[in-house]
Design a protein around this ligand. Structure first.
Ligand SMILES: CC(C)(COP(=O)(O)OP(=O)(O)OC[C@H]1O[C@@H](n2cnc3c(N)ncnc32)[C@H](O)[C@@H]1OP(=O)(O)O)[C@@H](O)C(=O)NCCC(=O)NCCS
Length: 205
């Protein structure tokens, strides 16, 4: 049966979609969308970009905390049944799915735990993060990986279930959308030296 929540959710889903800029080139383009997400209860830092067709549990959005300088690409779903936090300078590619809710396999009773994504984490296309888990700072989750346990900082994880395939070799400065650079040991912005700017990747998914 249609109730007040049905109309509310339908309304906000439309607004969130309309508030998503096409071909954004700056975090400023996401100001209105971020305002909407905050209005719905999420904690959203400065300079956050959440792409098109973002799916979430609207009525539980207060469980979602996104730190500053976080880039979430299109078609990402975050089902936050318990607290989900995403650290600064983390980048999430398209078609990733996150959840921290499950059911007891014996009683089927629903339960949820905390899902923590550290700072400077890169999560590749179509990865699935099934919490509660903690992903350490600067970890890299390969495209298509399914993470079901904690990931130590700086590890590269791939496969299903995701296994460590190496350590991420970190440069002194790391690129971040739209053309920012940060220090991966302090997670602070670095002035972009003249002439070293890299163009935005084209046809980003
Ligand atoms: C994980 C990743 C970063 C590895 O890149 P790389 O360091 O250049 O690694 P290589 O291609 O040399 O592969 C190293 C090993 O990891 C394996 N591997 C690489 N990517 C993998 C993946 N997604 N899943 C499973 N195994 C993978 C390779 O088969 C190879 O194994 P081998 O040593 O047994 O031959 C890359 O494959 C990836 O997944 N990138 C994300 C791409 C993406 O999501 N783009 C979205 C647009 S922003």
């Amino acid at each position: 049966m249609l109730n007040k929540n049905w109309f509310r959710n339908k309304f906000w889903r439309q607004v969130l979609e309309l508030a998503t800029p096409e071909g954004a080139s700056s975090y400023r383009d996401f100001t209105f969308k971020n305002w909407c997400l905050r209005r719905l209860g999420a904690r959203v830092g400065e300079n956050v970009a959440v792409g098109r067709r973002f799916d979430c549990l609207l009525h539980l959005l207060s469980a979602l905390h996104i730190d500053n300088h976080v880039n979430i690409s299109n078609d990402v779903a975050i089902y936050a049944f318990g607290k989900v936090s995403i650290g600064s300078f983390t980048a999430i590619a398209s078609h990733c799915v996150f959840t921290n809710g499950t059911h007891d396999i014996s009683t089927h009773q629903p339960k949820a735990g905390r899902l923590v994504i550290g700072r400077g984490v890169f999560i590749g296309l179509g990865a699935r993060i099934i919490g509660p888990v903690t992903i350490g700072d600067n970890a890299l989750i390969a495209a298509g990986a399914t993470v079901i346990s904690d990931v130590p900082e700086g590890m590269v994880m791939a496969g299903n279930p995701a296994k460590c395939i190496g350590r991420r070799p970190l440069a002194k400065r790391v690129w971040h959308f739209p053309d920012l650079w940060y220090d991966p040991s302090t997670f602070t912005l670095i002035d972009n030296p003249a002439g070293e700017a890299q163009p935005l990747p084209q046809n980003e998914p």
